[in-house]
Write a protein that binds this ligand. Structure first.
Ligand code: EPU
Length: 298
């Protein structure tokens, strides 16, 4: 008989938690019930869990900060593995900094600036974790993760731990060389020495720009659509007159057209219907077919 998720988790020293919904683990706060939630606290345990779950025929899903995922209504029978427990570091080695996949980007940026290391200031205010933002090649205000990430360790689809140097050319706009089934567990960033006081000023500038143009303090998944070449999805949604457009508890942000905000009681069905509606209307009004940046999980 196939081993259950609970049995495998127990053997790996992890509790299989029940009674959770995906909404708890996404920044936009939507998504249906999930059968089992696992929180490994080390790379070794993550490796064992992935290998043994897959060997027994399970298909674990992995989530970091949940800032770019919009899960469906479920129920999700596959186990959900959270990376947030793998949070060693940031460990400084000269101008390099090593961090576990679960380290929150905000903390990483803070520690680097305190140390007088420059390169990650662009990421101030990006929600999410090291693993997720490297996987997505997250970016903002003239920078992206590929500018600074130089080494990555990950579990491949076979569950083998891989580690290698990585070059900026291997990444592109919101895309890394990593694909579904690969689980990033650690990254090393190369930074340059800078004056902490000046770096602090840069952080303040980035925060102020973000506060002015993006919905502060509201639950969202960041930008929903990729920018089409040479244009801005937010601008296209705005000129199509869609700010404030709502489906159920989800609405297009009044501050930035490319954000969908959860007004409190949004469901994943509301968010997805709104995504489809925005795509349809932008196609009609601006002649552009937008493509999702967020990952839709079913
Ligand atoms: N604009 C509008 N109306 C809007 C939104 C934007 O007219 O509702 C105009 C702005 O005035 C500006 C232009 O569109 O002239 C570009 O806007 P913005 O500077 O806000 O940048 P963006 O292209 O919309 C991108 C990233 C953001 C990142 C910002 C800042 C994408 C899809 N979006 O947005 O990233 O924070 O630049 O660098 O690449 C994300 O990826 O989740 C994200 C939020």
């Amino acid at each position: 008989m196939t081993e259950t998720v609970e049995q495998i988790a127990q053997r790996c020293g992890v509790v299989a938690e029940t009674g959770h919904t995906m909404a708890e683990f996404t920044t936009i706060g939507v998504g249906g019930p999930v059968a089992a939630v696992l929180r490994p606290s080390s790379i070794v345990t993550m490796g064992r869990l992935l290998a043994e779950l897959r060997k027994a025929g399970h298909h674990p899903r992995v989530i970091g900060g949940g800032a770019n995922v919009i899960p469906g209504t479920g129920p999700f029978t596959d186990p959900l593995i959270l990376t947030k427990g793998i949070k060693h570091g940031p460990l400084f080695e000269g101008s390099r900094v090593r961090a576990g996949c679960g380290v929150v980007v905000k903390l990483l940026v803070r520690k680097c600036v305190d140390r007088g290391l420059s390169g990650l200031e662009f990421a101030e205010g990006i929600p999410g974790t090291v693993g997720g933002t490297v996987y997505m090649n997250a970016g903002s205000y003239g920078g992206q993760m590929s500018d600074v990430v130089r080494e990555v360790s990950w579990f491949d689809q076979e569950g083998t731990l891989q580690s290698r140097e990585i070059a900026p050319e291997e990444f592109s706009y919101r895309r890394s060389p990593f694909s579904p089934g690969m689980v990033i567990v650690e990254a090393v960033f190369e930074l340059t020495p800078g004056d902490p006081a000046q770096l602090e000023v840069k952080l303040d500038e980035v925060s102020a720009r973000r506060l002015k143009s993006q919905p502060p303090g509201k639950r969202s998944a960041g930008c929903v659509f990729k920018n089409p070449p040479g244009d801005s999805a937010g601008r296209l949604i705005d000129v199509s007159g869609l700010k404030g457009l709502a489906v159920g508890g989800a609405s297009v942000s009044m501050e930035h057209g490319n954000f969908i905000v959860n007004r409190g009681d949004a469901t994943s069905a509301d968010v997805r219907r709104l995504i489809d509606l925005v795509k349809q209307k932008v196609k009609e009004k601006a002649g552009v077919m937008l493509e999702e940046e967020v990952i839709l999980w079913d």
